[in-house]
Ligand binder design. Structure first.
Ligand SMILES: [Zn+2]
Length: 206
């Protein structure tokens, strides 16, 4: 079974992906991770790394090839859960895994703002905290390395609203396509990770 995970900003998609992966015994493929895991001997290692370091998107045709390589390797025979490929029609022109199911985790925009505006990231090690739901032991200080916790520019209100708008614009065509194919499963991501996962499991069986 091949599953695609989609979710709006702050929907907790990553957490649901990990839980679903464990539950179904299927590997989780994150596009970002697959690119970061590229070995230095790989022919595109340098090109992809340069793009990521510069904050650019990696070339889509090459990302598609890397994902194809990944999922044709051992451990992926029974399927996988994909995070980050297939939100646009263009993605699927380069590589179409022919998903069996597509989960779309929705949360209201106020909740996106609330969840992300309270997020803080360690400047030194990148650890992520939330001043409401997962605060550090000492305010403003990273538990792991003692680094300073800052709000990323990405997590400020204006940037969040922009990311929500981009998500809507980029994905609407493909979401409607998945819906008319009868494989779209919409889940309300407002609850706790456990509550949301109960709904994921229930809808998976329907
Ligand atoms: Zn840290």
């Amino acid at each position: 079974m091949k599953i695609l995970l989609m979710g709006t900003v702050g929907s907790g998609k990553g957490t649901q992906g990990e839980m679903l992966s464990k539950h179904l015994g299927l590997p989780l493929v994150s596009v970002g991770q697959a690119l970061r895991d590229l070995k230095p001997g790989h022919p595109w290692y340098r090109e992809i790394n340069d793009a990521l370091l510069a904050g650019h998107l990696a070339p889509q045709d090459k990302v598609a090839e890397i994902l194809k390589e990944t999922v044709s390797g051992p451990g992926y025979e029974k399927g996988y859960i994909m995070d980050g490929w297939g939100r646009t029609t263009e993605d699927l022109v380069f590589f179409d895994p022919t998903y069996d199911k597509v989960f779309l985790i929705n949360i209201p925009r106020e909740l996106s703002l609330a969840r992300l505006s309270t997020r803080r990231t360690c400047e030194s090690c990148g650890a992520v905290y939330n001043i409401v739901s997962k605060p550090p032991k000492v305010e403003g200080v990273c538990d792991k390395c003692g680094g300073a916790l800052k709000q990323r520019d990405d997590d400020k209100e204006e940037a969040i609203l922009r990311r929500l708008e981009i998500f809507k614009n980029e994905t609407s065509v493909q979401i409607e396509k998945f819906r008319s194919d009868g494989i779209l499963i919409e889940v309300d991501g407002s609850g706790s990770p456990e509550e949301v996962f109960e709904e994921v499991k229930k809808k998976l069986q329907e």
